[in-house]
Design a protein around this ligand. Structure first.
Ligand SMILES: Cc1cc2nc3c(=O)[nH]c(=O)nc-3n(C[C@H](O)[C@H](O)[C@H](O)COP(=O)(O)OP(=O)(O)OC[C@H]3O[C@@H](n4cnc5c(N)ncnc54)[C@H](O)[C@@H]3O)c2cc1C
Length: 268
């Protein structure tokens, strides 16, 4: 991820409204875009793919993807991609980081050249470290599955809820991603407290993208807001456990859920 300043939002918006096909916007989409500025922009597939085919961009990525920030001339770009790295090997991780940083400059050249509104853009920051979508996870007292996600499963020990779809990014250049499996509109699934409890370790709570899930369920639970909810639940459970002198596995789940509801961290 990297951040650019000097983005000309007015020029970008004017271009999109004249060429809505670049964002695959139908007439309703154009009307909505004209009414309200987008938070996320995903498109320009043809320009990106022809630049990749011409050898100007050394990466495999499906579309241009960037996000508004609270400053009108700044955007955050999510377009670099490094694949097939063993992130548990520090040397491989260092190489991935070098490659990702090289990609940033190629992507910036492409955006300045081929995407309206970016000709005056400048790089102002990039991630402190290369981002990793998936690595180790614990095996917990419960392992959340794709079936739980897609069926909007409910659990008596729910400590968080999510409606994010299964979003598996391509793992190799010749593979496709798996982005299209979502829940029915308006539904959400529960994440049980047991996913935070490592099966074979006492006195430890785990939060974030390493909780106990299958690969597919992880591709939904890993997103930032859901990870924040695990952190809130784990911290609260740790406080209750410490107050009562109990291990996390013996925390009263009803009390934990009531406290999370009172905090506004969980819907009752
Ligand atoms: C390129 C990319 C794009 C993404 N886009 C999105 C998106 O658009 N929306 C979304 O919701 N999610 C997105 N995600 C997923 C999401 O960012 C992560 O899954 C999520 O941040 C994981 O949260 P976490 O708390 O488990 O880990 P992190 O957010 O990685 O937090 C772990 C923290 O621990 C710190 N740390 C590590 N080791 C130590 C140590 N020894 N001592 C002290 N601190 C340490 C790290 O510095 C870091 O701050 C994206 C991920 C990537 C890689």
């Amino acid at each position: 991820m990297f951040k650019l300043s000097g983005w000309d939002k007015a020029a970008f918006t004017a271009y999109v409204l004249q060429h809505p096909e670049v964002l695959r916007l139908g007439s309703e989409g154009v009307a909505a875009y004209a009414r309200e500025p987008l938070v996320a922009v995903c498109g320009f597939v043809d320009s990106l793919q022809s630049s990749i085919a011409r050898g100007q961009l050394p990466l495999r990525r499906e579309h241009v993807l960037f996000f508004n920030t609270q400053r009108p001339d700044e955007v955050i770009v999510n377009m670099s991609r490094v694949m097939q790295v063993d992130v548990l090997d520090p040397w491989a991780l260092s190489s991935a980081e070098t490659l990702a940083r090289e990609q940033i400059f190629a992507i910036l050249d492409f955006l300045r050249r081929d995407v309206p509104g970016f000709s005056g853009a400048n790089l102002i920051s990039s991630g402190a470290r290369v981002g990793i979508r998936e690595s180790r996870r614990i095996v917990g007292d419960y392992m959340l599955t794709a079936r739980d996600v897609l069926s909007a499963a409910r659990f008596p020990d729910a400590i968080a809820r999510s409606a994010y779809p299964i979003d598996i990014h391509a793992l190799a250049p010749d593979q496709a991603g798996d982005y299209d499996r979502g829940l029915p509109a308006g539904q959400a699934y529960d994440i049980p407290y047991r996913c935070l409890l490592p099966q074979k370790v006492d006195g430890l709570l785990v939060a974030g993208r390493c909780i106990s899930t299958t690969v597919e369920a992880h591709a939904s639970t890993r997103v930032s807001p859901t990870c924040m909810a695990f952190g809130q639940a784990a911290g609260t459970a740790a406080a209750l456990a410490a107050r009562k002198g109990l291990p996390p596995r013996q925390v009263d789940i009803d009390e934990l859920r009531q406290v999370l509801v009172r905090q506004g961290a969980l819907l009752s």
